[in-house]
Design a protein around this ligand. Sequence first.
Ligand SMILES: [Zn+2]
Length: 325
Amino acid sequence: MITDLICKSKVMTEFSKDLETDRMSHAYIVSGEDTYTRNILMNLIAKMLFCKQKGCNKCKVCLQIDEFTHPDFKVYNTDGKISVKDIETLIEDTYVKSWEGSKKLYFIDNADSLNPLKQNKLLKIFEEPPADVMIFMFTSDEASLLQTILSRAKKLYLPRFSTNSILLELINEGVSKDVAESCAVFSDGRFDKAFKFSKEEDYTNIYEESFDMLLTCSSTKQMINMVDSRLFERENIELTFEFFEIIFRDVLEYVSKGDNFITLNRIDDIKKLATGFEYSPGAVAKCIFLIADAKQLINVNVTALALAEKLIYNILEEKHKCRLS
Ligand SMILES: [Zn+2]
């Protein structure tokens, strides 16, 4: 279960250690993009602090935490739209005595959405925290936080999960194996992405078609037919390039004799691609750069077709060079 995976992750072991040794910080900044994992982490931390059994999932306290009705556990900014007024209310609230007489726990989600003005308002409780108050800020971009805030909080990082753990979890949740595989591959170690993709059927098809295209692409003569593919239509091109990148990263892993693959059960195909590039790590790495460059240009004013044409041409050229050398 996801909860077990998070419990075993570094973020939880570090926090548990702080709790056991009574070295808890009044403020934590948790970096990481996975919103699904964030929500579970909030729930686990609240239970660790308020439930007598540190999270029995049966008592009244645990139930209140699940339902967001516990009076000393509050979550702000889930929509990323917190106002200055909301922040003022939050600060006032921190000075009110806790209901249960122990801690008061505040989570501020999407902290990267807070402009400097809002962060400066919050600074007050970071500088002089009211007794028993504990604040967690979740952010996907630490750099967007003021140094004055960062320096007053302890940093924790959300875990990234292996493709395999995500795959097992998706299957466990009833997602079919084929769909679960491509979603796990593209999830980049994040459960929020994996679940989102598992609900969108076409992801799997684009993954398969991306693989097919790279496997069959061998000469510039085929280029016209290839770039005509739906993979390079405006709405699909970004995802196609993402899959290309993942596939090439695995080819690089293969030619460098590593075994940490992102794709699942595609080793024969990866090997075929590696053969096409004469097992040259340099050429494969160059292709990864070419794809990354192409990805950057998607939102610039270039047509998807021109971008696809240039990328495929460059990849084929790299392949051609390998054969000559
Ligand atoms: Zn409980």
